[in-house]
Design a protein around this ligand. Structure first.
Ligand code: SDX
Length: 421
């Protein structure tokens, strides 16, 4: 085992160096405070690893994304969302019997208790669907007996995982129907996952739309220690139940810096279109530090090259829009924006490229998904990834996540009566 040396106040301390299967290196500082009284500080965890993981590998410099060693490009071409979900959660591609029993378990779990349906119906139609999803997921915990989440059995995982995959699809579709003032539909066990979701939403199946969704869900399925996976892991580290842990993921994903960006991208493109399509003006606004405007769908904490998912989705945009006979002016604006930005020194120097959210909303819109539901679509795709990360954390016997801090507030002072303040 090689070690790193840190000299503090003239004393040299050693810390183990961890090397991953793809050659990534880390300094294990878990014993640093005991040895030196010091902690490390790294706002936003930009340079801090929270765990070792064998689920997803990202090479940000070269735009590489692999789930359990399989390249995202190959999985999009040859696999299916449910097969990829099983791969992420179990670690290997399932054989046909394991895949069909996973599909059957999800089909059996594709219904919601009346109480959860009433919660969905209790929301105003203007409520953001991510708030409904998070509430309904947490509410589901009331319909399952409590378990010791520090000691789940295989049977527990086999029950809970399909439940989450079924629930997220049902809640999303029911919320859509509630907002349209339409009655809820029942899941059809003869349909595959995406076709069933389309049917639950629109009351009819469109094969092209189902196929497009299957690829989009694969592309969103996991992304290692992103903000929402970290939220799900942190909740899981307290041995909170799976419903609460997944709802934590939903709540973090909702943020416009994260999954909420796909909705903001379309709103941005529509704003530029309404403003005469002058995307150069918005490039300048994005560069202006005094202007809060950011180019939504651009930039990434890890990718300092093209987000491979954005490349696939951009190509897919054309295919899906042509297949559906949809003409969308925002696609041309997006392409123009991308072309100008990628030549602009501000974006080039900061290695800001389109990310997964830049083009996805254009496809969702073509599929008839309402804009405020785009992040829910992201959550449906990401559910297996959150589950896989949460399951891995429980399997690692990880300590509860509880970071330290450097206190910079008032030092000791004595209480003064209100008259003397
Ligand atoms: C997702 O982590 C994941 O893996 C997430 C995700 C997943 O699959 O789970 O990939 C999904 O969340 C994709 C990202 C979606 N968000 C957006 O598209 C929102 C717009 N992008 C940014 O807000 C930003 O790029 C982040 C949040 C994505 C990343 O922020 P970082 O890593 O903290 O980078 P930063 O804010 O420190 O930016 C570095 C520089 C800054 O300029 P300087 O201070 O160096 O002068 O780049 C600038 C930033 O101002 N910058 C941008 C910008 N993004 C970064 N400037 C204009 N427009 C932008 N979009």
């Amino acid at each position: 085992m090689s070690v790193g040396k840190i000299e503090i106040n003239g004393k040299v301390h050693e810390a183990p160096i961890i090397i991953g299967s793809e050659g990534e290196v880390a300094l294990d500082i878990s014993k640093l405070r005991a040895a030196t009284g010091m902690i490390t500080l790294d706002g936003g965890f930009k340079n801090t690893g929270s765990c070792t993981s064998s689920i997803t590998y990202i090479d940000g410099a070269n735009g590489v994304l692999r789930y359990r060693g399989y390249a995202i490009e190959e999985l999009c071409e040859k696999s299916s969302f449910l097969e990829v979900s099983k791969l992420l959660v179990d670690g290997n591609l399932p054989n046909s019997s394991a895949l069909s029993s996973f599909q059957d378990q999800i089909k059996k779990a594709s219904s919601l208790p009346e109480g959860v349906k009433s919660i969905i119906k209790s929301f105003p139609k203007s409520a953001h669907p991510m708030g409904v999803l998070s509430s309904a997921l947490a509410a589901l915990s009331g319909h399952f007996e409590a378990k010791d989440y520090g000691n789940l059995s295989k049977a527990d995982f086999d029950e809970l995982i399909p439940t989450m995959m079924g629930a997220v699809k049902m809640i999303a579709a029911y919320n859509y129907r509630h907002n349209k003032g339409e009655n809820f539909l029942d899941s059809k066990s003869d349909l595959d996952y995406c076709s069933d979701f389309i049917n639950l939403m629109f009351g009819e199946v469109d094969k092209d739309i189902a196929e497009a969704l299957d690829v989009l869900f694969i592309l969103h399925a996991d992304h290692e220690q992103n903000c929402s996976a970290t939220a799900a892991r942190v909740a899981g580290s307290a041995h909170a139940n799976i419903f609460a842990s997944m709802a934590s993921g939903v709540n973090a994903l909702w943020g416009p810096r994260h999954g909420g960006a796909n909705q903001k991208v379309i709103e941005m493109l529509e704003m530029i279109e309404a403003d005469g399509g002058d995307y150069q003006k918005y490039i300048e606004k994005a560069k202006d530090k005094s202007d809060p405007f950011r180019l939504m769908g651009f930039g990434h904490r890890v990718y300092k090259n093209f987000d491979p998912r954005a490349k696939i989705i951009k190509k897919y945009c054309e295919t899906v829009l042509n297949k559906l006979g949809v003409k969308d002016p925002t696609l041309d604006i997006a392409k123009g924006l991308e072309e100008v930005a990628l030549k602009d020194p501000y974006f080039v120097e900061r290695k800001l490229y389109p990310n997964v959210d830049f083009y996805s909303g254009i496809i969702y819109r073509a599929l008839g998904i309402p804009t405020n539901m785009f992040t829910v679509m992201f959550a449906i795709g990401r559910m297996p990834g959150w589950i896989a990360q949460w399951k891995e954390l429980l399997g690692q016997g990880m300590a509860i996540s509880r970071p330290r801090q450097v206190y910079t507030g008032e030092t000791l002072r004595t209480y003064k009566d209100v008259e003397s303040r």
